[in-house]
Design a protein. Structure first.
Length: 100
């Protein structure tokens, strides 16, 4: 992939977003649409985490990353500080990889 293509895609994305704000202007979006738009980043992040945790190349599998994710989810659910969530997930993955 060339840098020219990457820059062209970036410029196209910018102008599409700019065009959308010009068309919509000061009009209000429906409340249901606003609620859905707020959920899109969380859904995309969850999808990326799932893909990176359970796939390697073109193969689906469960390995040490799944245990690290489980520990991080548990720490998040228990409202642990962010650094502890990261350290718990990474540490669990590293320890399992060390012994397996």
């Amino acid at each position: 992939m060339s840098w020219g293509f990457v820059l062209a895609l970036g410029a196209a994305a910018y102008f599409i977003k700019l065009f959308g704000t010009v068309i919509i202007g000061q009009r209000e979006m429906p409340l249901a649409l606003q609620r859905c738009l707020f959920l899109i980043p969380a859904a995309l992040l969850a999808g990326l985490i799932t893909k990176d945790t359970f796939t390697t190349g073109h193969h689906i599998g469960v390995d040490a990353r799944a245990a690290g994710l489980a520990v991080a989810v548990l720490a998040t659910w228990r409202k642990a500080p962010f650094w502890l969530v990261i350290l718990g997930g990474v540490g669990t993955t590293a320890i399992i990889r060390l012994f397996v």
